[in-house]
Design a protein around this ligand. Structure first.
Ligand code: ZN
Length: 155
């Protein structure tokens, strides 16, 4: 029953990318991190708090006519570590992968150091190196400040 309900909410797409199993409440951050804004006219379906199993909820995003590459999706590992990326072509699932933490993450997070050049008016985009994969510790490449995942702010 639950499966049928979520099928109805999020209709099938012909070609594109489905990001499934996003932690509930993170769907909009995922869109933001991917820079998906729909301005190119592609159909984007966002479903928040879709029932998943008996007690859990998840977010799902479907973007038509866009095929997300590994690099694009790996930065989601921090926001939505259990997300899966499904590539759909002609209604068929042609590729399914889990997100995995990359070695560096550009742009999406703000450095917590107010004096950092990435927070100045220079329009320099942040770059963070992942220095601890287990504990998810990032280090700003410009000012060398370390940030753990709970301190991260989105740009
Ligand atoms: Zn910094």
């Amino acid at each position: 029953m639950l499966m049928q309900e979520s099928e109805l909410i999020v209709r099938r797409i012909r070609d594109g990318t489905v990001i499934d199993h996003i932690d509930a409440g993170r769907g909009l951050q995922v869109l933001d991190a991917l820079g998906v804004d729909g301005l190119d006219g592609s159909l984007i379906t966002v479903a928040l708090n879709v029932p998943s199993g008996k007690f859990k909820k998840k977010d799902i995003i479907k973007v038509e006519n866009m095929f997300l590459q590994g690099d694009d999706t790996n930065k989601l590992a921090i926001i939505a570590p259990s997300a899966t990326v499904n590539i759909i072509k002609n209604y068929k699932l042609v590729e399914k992968r889990r997100v995995s933490l990359p070695n560096e993450i550009g742009r999406i997070f703000r450095c917590s150091n107010p004096g950092c050049i990435t927070n100045s008016r220079e329009h320099i985009e942040s770059v963070m190196d992942v220095v601890d994969r287990e504990g998810v510790i990032l280090k700003c490449r410009y000012c060398r400040r370390t940030l753990d995942v709970s301190q991260l702010e989105y740009n």
